[in-house]
Write a protein that binds this ligand. Structure first.
Ligand code: DX5
Ligand code: ZN
Length: 225
């Protein structure tokens, strides 16, 4: 079962003073999803934005809002992110003791449930929740900042995650240091959803973003062929 290739630009690398326009432009440029990096200064050493900003961005596009929660605890805020208009809500397996409960809560809110794993976290934490999730997000950098370098050992982890997924209807997403130089290798290993911040938000406006989105997509397609 081949799942569609999806490009999910991380607005962490966008111009924060004009986020609405940035979201509209990057979707007009061809991106399928919009990746929203929520950071709390506790689970990760950086603070970004929360549900109020996401709610303000919602009217700017119909594209899927792919929300990556780097917060602990996450459970008390899941309802707020659902209300804000997130379509996929991804929690970190390391962020709380009750991963299964978090996933159940997200699905009960009518949203797709994702689990993200830090680079050092083994895939085995997913073994008993595979029927309770819609997306696996493999972090290929240590979360907290954009513009970091891809950790090469993550390619093997992606391939193992793909094998774990088998024929289940689960998207396999990779986040951190994704560029046109490694997109083929990442897609070949089995990822179908690619997050990219600094590789996509170069220049300004639809025409510039169309070039960066296209370049990334073509590179990834090369790995899938
Ligand atoms: C890192 C975030 C990423 C980040 C990716 O904590 O989860 O989504 O924005 O940025 P790049 O593509 O620049 O590595
Ligand atoms: Zn992210």
């Amino acid at each position: 079962m081949t799942r569609p290739l999806l490009i999910s630009p991380s607005i962490l690398a966008a111009d924060f003073s004009r986020l609405g326009e940035e979201v509209r432009d990057v979707v007009d440029a061809g991106a399928e999803w919009v990746h929203l990096d929520v950071m709390d200064g506790h689970f990760v050493p950086n603070i970004s934005f929360g549900p109020a900003i996401i709610k303000a961005l919602r009217p700017w596009t119909k594209a899927v809002f792919d929300c990556h929660l780097m917060i602990a605890p996450a459970d008390p805020y899941l309802g707020a992110f659902a209300d804000a208009g997130c379509d996929i809500i991804t929690v970190h397996a390391e962020a709380g003791p009750h991963l299964h409960r978090s996933l159940q809560t997200i699905r009960a809110l009518g949203k797709k449930a994702g689990v993200s794993l830090n680079p050092a976290t083994p895939l085995s934490v997913l073994e008993h929740v595979m029927d309770d999730l819609d997306l696996i997000l493999i972090m290929s950098v240590n979360p907290g900042f954009g513009g970091q370098k891809y950790i090469p050992a993550m390619t093997d982890k992606i391939a193992k995650a793909k094998a774990l997924i088998g024929n289940r209807p689960i998207d396999l997403e990779v986040d951190g240091g994704v560029t046109a130089d490694n997109a083929a290798e990442i897609a070949k290993a089995g990822a179908n959803a690619l997050v990219a911040g600094s590789a996509i938000f170069k220049g300004k406006g639809v025409d510039d973003y169309r070039k960066t989105v296209d370049t990334l997509r073509k590179a990834a397609e090369g790995g899938r062929a």
